[in-house]
Design a protein around this ligand. Structure first.
Ligand code: XMP
Length: 519
């Protein structure tokens, strides 16, 4: 896709806040992209370039092992903002000095401006305000040609600016919520200094995406898409459908591991009665369940589900002639190549179910219309495409479905018990008005039986766990504190209404160290 938007490039030196910088800028209506700090400045990167931001990072500019960086970036004729490590890099590059601080400074600090100008337009001049620091080094002397913009306790150079060029440095983090007026720093930088255009919005995005797909998918080519019923694949499919209409074929694989009534609901919402996508429902329940029979190891279950999905999808997609493309709902956080301060790949905690390997196997090219978007943008842009709110704000649901929530071996009977518990749990969450506060909520069928007493009878039945978490992105999560009366109702209903369950427990583990799903 050709670049048509005003855009800001963020060079990522490995800060935990880099994605947050990108989101803040997009929230201000300007497209931002993250690149590893090691990226050389190539001519294509200069197209439409509005400004460059150098992020923070865990390294020290004083270390020999600091990440490599193409200094050509600093001779560009566009505004540059260095944050934390980025400011220290600017100071060092332009001839100032950076020193290690006696003690590392984390958290709140009071910042006082001592200069004026467009970059700090609209800020309190006579009183200090709170900023968020997280650094070990500091700028000891500003380079020649720079002046000090502000100071904090114990840090005489907490912000600096070039006298003539639009180059700025902030030792604190304007992108975090704890920095008062943080967004105003970014706003001034984007609009007063860099003269950025606010053209990153739903209408522009949809228009450009559809236009570019119309131009790039040849008229005789057909396209397939795997729909899961979730937000990402739906938004991706609707965009592609707008561009190429009936040449898109959406395959929805019912793997028998979905929640109660889910397959029907997905068909109703996305198919002819709903969004009008060319919807093909494939009943593969038997195939998945027979392959899973007797398998209790979580990784093995995940691998089987991934493999069977690929087999089914490939077989069904081959029914269409001249298929050349596969649509995927890949999001921006999945494609950002993050900078690992320690280097080396991370260990696999769970092998995620995706369609990896399919494009090569079937010799298909990928269409990924959401590659530039964060999840919240997908939801906002999806609303502009008239996708129902209930679908856009649905909790995430894992590819391997209920198979990773029936702990141990999966069979029809255990799935049925879990489905009923899950339905009650979600009904009660909705009834209490808590659905939108929670990132994800589900029940887990434990592989144990416990003793209970009902009437005067001894029972020996299943136990379930309730799991509900809050999270921003699924990477970290905290358990949701339900009011006791809500828990009481959930527990009563599950035990009384479902034959086969005599105990309900509550999962109060955060991620890390636990994960959201149990398998
Ligand atoms: P964990 O359990 O790793 O889950 O903390 C993080 C998020 O990912 C979801 N999840 C998956 N999503 N395919 C998916 O599409 C998978 O194989 C898969 N496994 C976990 C999980 O529900 C949570 O939102």
């Amino acid at each position: 896709m050709t670049v048509t938007f005003s855009r800001v490039l963020i060079l990522d030196f490995g800060s935990q806040y880099t994605q947050l910088i990108a989101r803040r800028i997009r929230e201000l209506g300007v497209r931002s992209e993250i690149l590893p700090c090691t990226s050389p400045l190539t001519p294509d990167l200069k197209e439409g370039l509005t400004a460059v931001i150098l992020s923070g990072g865990p390294n020290s500019v004083l270390d020999e092992q600091r990440p490599e960086f193409d200094e050509e970036w600093l001779s560009l004729n566009v505004p540059i903002l260095g944050i934390c490590y980025g400011m220290q890099l600017l100071a060092q590059h332009f001839g100032g000095t950076v020193e290690r601080s006696q003690r590392r400074e984390y958290g709140r600090a009071q910042f006082q401006l001592c200069s004026s100008g467009d970059f700090v337009h609209g800020f309190p001049q006579d009183e200090s305000f709170q900023v968020w620091m997280s650094h070990g080094d500091h700028v000891e002397t500003a380079p020649t040609g720079f002046h000090v913009l502000g100071e904090s306790e114990g840090l005489p150079i907490a912000a600096m600016a070039h006298e003539e060029k639009p180059i700025f440095g902030l030792q604190f983090h304007p992108e975090v919520a704890h920095t008062e007026h943080g967004t105003l720093f970014l706003k001034n930088f984007l609009f007063r200094i860099a003269k950025g255009k606010q053209d990153w919005d739903a209408k522009h995005f949809i228009h450009h995406t559809v236009e570019s797909l119309e131009g790039s998918v040849p008229e005789d080519a057909e396209v397939v898409c795997g729909l899961s019923g979730g937000v990402d694949s739906t938004v991706a499919a609707v965009l592609v459908h707008r561009a190429i209409g009936k040449r898109l074929h959406c395959l929805f694989v019912d793997n028998g591991l979905l929640r109660d009534g889910e397959a029907d609901e997905v068909e109703r919402t996305l198919g002819a009665e709903g969004l009008g996508l060319p919807f093909h429902r494939i009943d593969a329940r038997e195939e998945f369940l027979s392959q899973l029979k007797g398998v209790s190891d979580p990784e093995q279950k995940r691998k089987i589900i991934g493999r069977v999905f690929i087999e089914v999808f490939e077989r069904e997609a081959k029914r269409f002639q001249n298929v050349k493309y596969l649509v995927q709902g890949t999001l921006y956080p999945d494609v950002i190549e993050s900078v690992s301060p320690s280097g080396g790949p991370s260990v696999t905690i769970k092998s995620h179910h995706n369609v990896g390997g399919l494009p090569e196997r079937m010799d298909l090219e990928l269409i990924e219309p959401l590659r530039d978007l964060f999840k919240d943008e997908v939801r906002r842009f999806g609303a502009e495409l008239d996708i129902p709110e209930a679908l856009l704000w649905r909790h995430p649901f894992p590819g391997p479905g209920l198979a990773v929530r029936v702990l141990g071996a999966v069979d029809e009977e255990r799935l049925a018990v879990l489905r009923r518990a899950d339905t009650i749990f979600l009904e009660e969450i909705r009834r209490a008005g808590l659905y939108d506060e929670i990132w994800q909520a589900f029940t887990v069928l434990l592989p144990v039986q416990t003793v209970g007493v009902m009437g005067d009878e001894r029972t020996y039945e299943n136990a379930v766990a309730l799991r509900a978490v809050t999270s921003q992105d699924g990477m970290t999560a905290d358990w949701y504190p339900f009011p006791p009366e809500v828990l009481q109702r959930m527990s009563n209903r599950i035990i009384n209404e479902i034959k086969g369950i005599n105990r309900v427990s509550l999962d109060i583990s955060s991620k890390p160290p636990a994960t959201i799903e149990w398998e």
